[in-house]
Design a protein around this ligand. Structure first.
Ligand SMILES: *[C@@H]1O[C@H](CO)[C@@H](O)[C@H](O)[C@H]1NC(C)=O
Ligand SMILES: *[C@@H]1O[C@H](CO)[C@@H](O)[C@H](O)[C@H]1NC(C)=O
Ligand SMILES: *[C@@H]1O[C@H](CO)[C@@H](O)[C@H](O)[C@H]1NC(C)=O
Ligand SMILES: *[C@@H]1O[C@H](CO)[C@@H](O)[C@H](O)[C@H]1NC(C)=O
Ligand SMILES: *[C@@H]1O[C@H](CO)[C@@H](O)[C@H](O)[C@H]1NC(C)=O
Ligand SMILES: *[C@@H]1O[C@H](CO)[C@@H](O)[C@H](O)[C@H]1NC(C)=O
Ligand SMILES: *[C@@H]1O[C@H](CO)[C@@H](O)[C@H](O)[C@H]1NC(C)=O
Ligand SMILES: *[C@@H]1O[C@H](CO)[C@@H](O)[C@H](O)[C@H]1NC(C)=O
Ligand SMILES: *[C@@H]1O[C@H](CO)[C@@H](O)[C@H](O)[C@H]1NC(C)=O
Ligand SMILES: *[C@@H]1O[C@H](CO)[C@@H](O)[C@H](O)[C@H]1NC(C)=O
Ligand SMILES: *[C@@H]1O[C@H](CO)[C@@H](O)[C@H](O)[C@H]1NC(C)=O
Ligand SMILES: *[C@@H]1O[C@H](CO)[C@@H](O)[C@H](O)[C@H]1NC(C)=O
Length: 795
């Protein structure tokens, strides 16, 4: 065959480029390792490795030029062997590629391999025992479909620093040999099906810094020998199967910064472990059956970011030195037996809300069914209309549906999250299930989600809970591998443990209706969904776990009284204490008094004492009656505090609601002195000028004036002339006429007034979203019953 000159020239050129190239890199991968990689690619199902280039070149798909965090694709070599002439593969990182194969036993043919990371793929099969002869430092198999047990040969990798097998389907007991790993720092075993006790040999793992054992089927107590893991910084034992109590030896782990133990089995009581002299950032001891009081030393732990001691049996007051914790991002104390006052610092703290309990609920009318489209808008399905449920939630949120007879409480924040917080999830594609609209949106919660139905006629009901898993994706990828598991309680009884939507519905995106019978005897129905640490927490991304519910429908097992009868008989009937529940007004601090408020002894007196507020008030204009509830056209919620300052009464306005257009105004500056306010009012010719113009004109001027005048009275320069609390209540309730009293302002007060005027103008004019519609329903408008007898007592 004749070779034309140009072609020959091209050939030479190519040869030159090739030679130059290999000279430039100076070293290549041995043919043995190339062959090993070919076999590894076949086993893994990695199709886009291009063996026409040197794997160590980083070209083509060997190493992606842009590495996306969580989806890294990289093969790294060390080319400095044999005087820079030989390369060896050191790292293989193939994350989130949905590789469909199995784990390659041939890794041992890469003698210098240090890191093998195939997080979030679709690999099945078992962990090859052949890896025992490698010198791996780090292995990550997170989020695959691996089965079998951990082979004891793994323990022969004396170089191993990090072994991550989280979120697979591994089972069996942990091999005794694991205790032989002399350099191990991270051991992440969460979300598998490991059984048995932790082998005693693990006490030798003194180099461990991070161990996670949650979501397994371990048995026995948490062993005492964990106290020998003295290098430990992070310990996670959530929903792991272990029985209580908490081992006291935890106190020896001085380097802990992140301690999360939750949902211990068994009935044995735990005492609060001694955790002083640790610099904990995360302390979660939820549902661990801890009794006794809150330890004072926690008050000195200013490193804390997240403190969750909820669902224990803690008693006594909150120690006063906990004031130092007011910068902590999240504090949850709900579900305990605490008493005493809610400390005043909770309303001074950044990002911490005061909690208030509402008194008894008067039901104007009983209802006999309940329909909620959790996380979604109002829809009609057959004969039933499902109420909308679009509140944005929050780490600790009580939301009462506008004019409807139900509410929910959600608590918890997602830990280690990849994405932002969310409390509602919307399905992106269509669902092929009956009544698909009910399942397109769902409400989710990181820890606990409780729905309450109020004013239900007493009797037996069928509670239908509608579920469909819409956060996993039904395909052959790691998006389908998550497991969501939570518990269901009805009327305080555990009716289903370890509920798994996908398993019961027969697949992702399929619907399942769980039916339960509830006996309603005090007009209240409670449906509680609780995450007990089970299920995966990192698939398809971190922060996918906890309860998820699509809809609730509740129907009577009896024939309800006819409409006319029903209303005439039950109009004005008192439904007893219904949800004397905490409203968490600004954010967090958990819901301190959940149990306390629901307890039969709770009264507003106790509650108000608890929250350290002398007078909680709601001021509202005459509104319209909707379903028996007053939906005001304009309402202000707030409370007065009697801090011992010159102003006598501080007034804290929490929100101003316009019932007409469902907008809520939350003044950025939460608190101002009633004295300053009043002085400003005095100066104004027309008190009404002070009313925020954006409230429009749809409010009752007289009622607003009453409030303003009362405010003026309360700030009289002469203390003795200020009205008593009972008089204030009487005036606000319209039982007493408000006198007009004005006092002279002095120079000092003039200055304050000027400041206040500027402040108030700013507040009225600023355009930066002071109006937020955080709720699309009639927004937290509830019949507030201030128990005046209590206030009179105080007055
Ligand atoms: C990289 O792999 C993808 C498939 O995963 C393929 O479409 C693409 O052509 C490959 N790129 C190169 C440079 O080989
Ligand atoms: C590459 O290997 C050599 C020889 O073992 C070693 O000295 C060097 O630190 C290694 N380089 C890297 C980046 O690991
Ligand atoms: C290493 O290579 C350099 C240049 O490539 C050479 O000068 C040196 O003698 C070599 N060393 C050994 C030990 O072969
Ligand atoms: C892995 O899964 C595939 C289907 O995805 C199946 O055909 C194969 O038998 C499984 N292999 C093992 C070892 O379980
Ligand atoms: C571990 O390695 C030692 C020697 O290095 C060997 O004697 C032993 O059999 C190996 N154990 C396993 C389980 O492979
Ligand atoms: C291997 O694991 C150790 C321990 O967790 C860690 O410090 C190190 O950065 C990891 N190395 C690589 C290459 O990921
Ligand atoms: C876990 O193991 C237990 C006992 O070995 C078994 O009954 C159960 O089905 C397993 N669960 C899963 C999810 O594999
Ligand atoms: C605990 O942490 C300190 C400071 O980081 C370190 O010096 C010390 O060695 C650690 N202790 C153990 C037992 O690892
Ligand atoms: C906690 O419970 C245990 C066992 O019931 C009991 O012995 C102990 O006194 C309790 N501790 C406190 C502080 O109540
Ligand atoms: C309601 O249910 C309870 C328990 O399921 C049963 O004992 C009771 O008889 C029922 N009441 C009526 C009125 O059906
Ligand atoms: C109402 O009854 C349910 C069970 O019937 C109970 O769990 C709940 O605590 C009761 N509520 C009040 C306020 O008594
Ligand atoms: C649960 O209730 C729904 C609707 O009321 C009904 O379609 C379904 O058959 C019931 N399921 C069971 C298991 O009773």
């Amino acid at each position: 065959m004749r070779v034309s000159y140009p072609r020959f020239f091209l050939f030479l050129l190519l040869l030159a480029v090739f030679c130059f190239d290999s000279l430039a890199s100076g070293a290549t991968l041995s043919q043995d390792e190339v062959e090993a990689l070919k076999d590894i690619a076949t086993t893994l199902g990695k199709k886009d490795w291009d063996f026409s280039v040197d794997p160590c070149s980083g070209e083509r798909n060997w190493t992606s030029t842009v590495q996306v965090k969580g989806s890294e694709n990289e093969l790294r070599c060390n080319c400095s062997y044999n005087n820079d002439t030989v390369c060896h593969v050191t790292n293989i990182i193939l994350k989130a590629q949905n590789l469909p194969g199995t784990l390659p036993q041939d890794l041992f043919r890469l003698p210098f391999i240090q890191e093998f990371d195939v997080s979030r793929n679709y690999l099945n099969g078992t962990i090859p025992k052949e890896w025992g002869t490698t010198k791996l430092l780090n292995i990550s198999l997170l989020g695959n479909r691996l089965t079998g047990s951990i082979p004891k040969e793994i323990a022969n990798i004396s170089t191993l620093q990090s072994l991550v097998v989280e979120a697979n389907q591994l089972f069996g007991e942990l091999p005794l040999e694991l205790g032989n790993l002399p350099q191990i720092q991270r051991l992440l075993l969460s979300s598998n099906n490991f059984t048995g006790k932790l082998p005693e040999t693990l006490n030798k793992l003194t180099t461990l810094q991070d161990i996670r054992l949650g979501d397994n089927q371990f048995s026995g107590k948490i062993p005492d020998f964990i106290q020998s893991w003295t290098s430990l910084q992070k310990l996670v034992i959530q929903g792991s199967g272990f029985d209580g109590p908490l081992p006291s030896g935890i106190s020896l782990l001085k380097n802990l910064t992140d301690l999360r133990i939750s949902d211990l089995n068994g009935s044995e009581q735990s005492t609060f472990p001694q955790l002083n002299n640790m610099s904990l950032k995360y302390l979660i001891l939820r549902n661990c059956n801890i009794n006794g009081t809150l330890p004072t030393y926690l008050g000195t732990m200013t490193t804390l970011k997240n403190l969750d001691l909820s669902f224990n049996k803690l008693t006594g007051p909150i120690p006063s030195n906990y004031e130092a914790l007011r910068k902590v991002d999240y504090i949850y104390l709900t579900g305990n037996l605490l008493d005493g006052e809610v400390p005043a610092w909770t309303d001074k703290a950044d990002n911490v809300g005061a909690a208030a309990c509402l008194g008894s609920n008067v039901c104007q009318k009983s209802s006999y069914s309940l329909h909620i489209n959790c996380g979604g808008k109002m829809i009609t399905e057959g004969k039933s209309t499902y109420d909308d449920d679009l509140d944005n939630g929050g780490p600790a949120r009580f939301h009462r549906s506008g004019s409807k007879n139900w509410a929910f409480i959600t608590t918890g924040n997602f830990m280690d999250k990849d994405a932002g917080d969310y409390s509602i999830w919307q399905n992106k594609s269509s669902l092929s299930v009956d009544n698909a609209d009910l399942y397109m949106d769902a409400r989710v919660s990181p820890t606990s989600l409780t729905y309450y139905g109020f004013c239900l006629g007493n009797g037996n009901y069928t509670v239908n809970l509608h579920f469909a898993e819409i956060m996993f994706i039904n395909d052959q990828t790691f998006n389908s591998l998550g497991r969501r598991v939570f518990d269901i309680y009805i009327q305080g009884e555990l009716v289903q443990k370890d509920f798994n939507i996908v398993e019961e519905a027969g697949g992702i995106g399929k619907a399942i209706i769980k039916n339960f019978t509830a006996v309603v005897s005090n007009n209240t129905l409670e449906i509680r969904l609780y995450w007990a640490g089970k299920g995966t927490t990192s698939l398809p991304f971190r922060s996918v776990y906890g309860p998820l519910i699509s809809a609730i429908s509740v129907e009577p097992n009896f024939t309800p009284p006819s409409e006319e009868n029903g209303s005439s008989i039950s109009a004005g009937a008192v439904a007893g204490i219904v949800v004397a529940v905490a409203i968490v007004i600004i954010i967090v601090l958990g819901i301190l008094w959940w149990k306390g408020c629901l307890g039969k002894k709770s009264s507003l007196e106790k509650v108000c004492a608890l929250i350290g507020v002398s007078y909680y008030w709601t001021f509202k204009t005459t509104g319209f009656l909707a379903n028996g509830y007053m939906a005001p056209e304009y309402a202000m919620h707030g409370y007065l505090t009697d801090k011992a300052d010159v102003y006598s009464f501080g007034i804290v306005v929490l929100e101003i609601i316009n019932g007409r257009n469902n907008t809520i105004h939350r003044p950025k500056e939460q608190s101002f002195s009633i004295l300053e306010w009043a002085n400003l009012l005095k100066e104004k010719g027309d008190l009404m000028d002070l009313v925020d113009r954006r409230l429009g004109t749809n409010f009752n001027k007289e009622e607003v004036l009453v409030l303003i005048r009362v405010a003026l009275l309360c700030t009289n320069v002469t203390t003795q002339l200020r009205p008593s609390m009972s008089a204030v209540v009487s005036m606000l309730e319209g039982r007493t006429v408000v006198e007009e009293v004005f006092s002279e302002a002095n120079d000092e007060e003039e200055k304050k007034m000027e400041k206040m005027r500027l402040y108030y103008q700013e507040l009225s004019i600023s355009k930066d979203e002071p109006w937020t519609s955080s709720s699309t329903s009639a927004a937290d408008l509830y019949p507030v019953n201030i128990d005046s007898s209590y206030l009179q007592k105080r007055g």
